[in-house]
Design a protein around this ligand. Structure first.
Ligand code: FES
Ligand SMILES: [Fe+2]
Length: 342
C-alpha cells in the first residue's frame, strides 16, 4: 500500500511536452502532456471505452483521440466526441484527471482524493528555485522499493564503500551522527571538523587544506530526501547554523514509487557557488550521475536479494537510525490513512 493524498514528482519540467508520456505512479497508470498554454495535464492512462492506454492515442490540439475506436477526450478527461460522431457524449464517459502543479523544476501530481489537493503541501525544495542557487539533474528508473532508496540516502556511511573514488572517505565512519524526528521531517546530521576533503569537494572548493565537512539529510514525507552538503576551509568558521562560507549544495532526491518493487528516481544537485558556470553544472551532473549509478547497482542487487530471501529480515544498526525513523513516519501516515478510509 502506498501513502496517498500526497504530491509526488511525476517528471522533470523538461520531460513533459506536447506528446503524451506514460508513467505509472503508486501503481496508477497516468498519461502526462502539456496543453498549448503549457499547463500540464495528467489523466488516467486508460480509455473510458475499452481501456486501451490513452498514451497510445493521437493529440488533436489540447485533446487526445484514442487510437482504437477514436473516442475524443478534452484535457479535463471528458469525452467530447464519440466513435459514432452522431452519438451524444455523456458526462459519465471520462478519464479520471489528476491535480497537477509545477514547482521547483518538477511536475507534481496528487495521488489520492482530488478535493484534498493543496499545492501549499508540495515538499519545500527551495534550493531548486532560489535565485541565488542553480539546479540541474536527471532521472533513473530503479528496480527497487522506494524505501530502500530512502534508507540509502538517510545513511551516508555507505559512501565510504559504495563511492570510494568520489565522495567517500573513512572519516564519515568515524564521525557520530545525530538523528532527529519532528512532525514533518526526519533529520540526520554529521559534522566532520578539520579533515582533508575528498576529491569531489576539493575540486568544488578550488583549494587544498583542511576543511569542515557537513552532511545534513532531511527526509520529507512521503518520499523525498534533501541533503545539505558541503565543505568550508577550517579558517572560515562554518557552523551547523551558518555554513554558506565554502562550497555548499543540496543533493535533491525525489523517489516516486512505481510499483512495490520499482521506483522513479529523480535526482539532482543545487548549489550556491559558481552558479553561472554552465560547463561546471554539466560536469557536476555527469559526476553525480556516475555516483548514483553506483547506488542503483547496489540497490537493485539488494532488492533482488530481499526478494530471493523472503524469510530473512532487514537488520538495523546505529547507522540506520535515519532510515528507520523515516520508515516509522511512512508507517504512521499509512495508519492514519487507513483510519480515515474506514
Ligand atoms: S478503446 Fe478507446 S475508443 Fe474504444
Ligand atoms: Fe550513494
Amino acid at each position: 500500500m502506498f501513502v496517498r493524498n500526497q504530491w509526488y514528482v511525476a517528471g522533470w519540467d523538461y520531460e513533459i511536452d506536447r506528446n503524451p508520456k506514460a508513467r505509472i505512479i503508486c501503481g496508477e497508470a497516468l498519461l502526462l502532456y502539456r496543453r498549448l498554454d503549457r499547463q500540464v495535464v495528467a489523466l488516467q492512462d486508460a480509455c473510458p471505452h475499452r481501456l486501451l492506454p490513452l498514451s497510445m492515442g493521437v493529440k488533436e490540439g489540447d485533446r487526445i483521440r484514442c487510437r482504437y475506436h477514436g473516442l475524443l477526450l478534452d484535457s479535463s478527461g471528458a469525452a467530447v466526441e464519440m466513435p459514432h460522431r452522431v452519438e451524444r457524449t455523456h458526462k459519465s464517459i471520462c478519464a479520471k484527471a489528476y491535480p497537477v502543479a509545477e514547482r521547483h523544476r518538477f511536475v507534481w501530481v496528487w495521488i489520492g482524493d482530488p478535493a484534498r489537493a493543496d499545492p501549499a503541501q508540495i515538499p519545500d525544495f527551495w534550493p531548486c528555485s532560489h535565485p541565488q542557487w542553480t539546479f540541474d539533474g536527471d532521472y533513473y528508473p530503479i528496480q527497487c522499493d522506494y524505501r530502500l532508496v530512502i534508507d540509502n540516502l538517510m545513511d551516508l556511511s555507505h559512501e565510504t564503500y559504495t563511492h570510494p573514488g568520489s565522495i567517500g572517505q573513512p572519516e564519515i565512519l568515524d564521525t557520530p551522527i545525530e538523528t532527529r524526528a519532528e512532525a514533518d521531517r526526519v533529520t540526520v546530521t554529521r559534522w566532520m571538523s578539520g579533515i582533508d576533503p575528498p576529491p569531489f569537494w576539493r575540486d568544488a572548493l578550488k583549494q587544498d587544506g583542511p576543511v569542515d565537512r557537513w552532511q545534513i539529510c532531511h527526509f520529507l514525507p512521503p518520499s523525498s530526501v534533501l541533503i545539505d552538503v558541503g565543505v568550508a576551509p577550517v579558517a572560515a568558521g562554518a557552523t551547523l547554523e551558518d555554513h554558506d562560507q565554502g562550497a555548499r549544495g543540496f543533493v535533491i532526491d525525489a523517489i516516486t514509487p512505481e510499483t512495490t518493487t520499482t521506483s522513479h528516481y529523480f535526482w539532482g544537485m543545487a548549489r550556491n557557488f559558481d552558479i553561472h558556470d554552465v560547463g561546471f553544472t554539466a560536469r557536476l551532473k555527469q559526476q553525480q550521475g556516475k555516483v548514483f549509478q553506483e547506488d542503483v547497482a547496489v540497490l537493485e542487487a539488494q532488492q533482488k536479494s530481499i526478494s530471493r530471501h523472503p524469510h530473512l529480515k532487514l537488520k538495523s544498526f546505529s547507522i540506520d537510525a535515519g532510515g528507520v525513523r523515516a520508515r516509522q513516519m511512512i508507517e504512521r501516515i499509512l495508519r492514519e490513512q487507513t483510519a480515515t478510509d474506514c
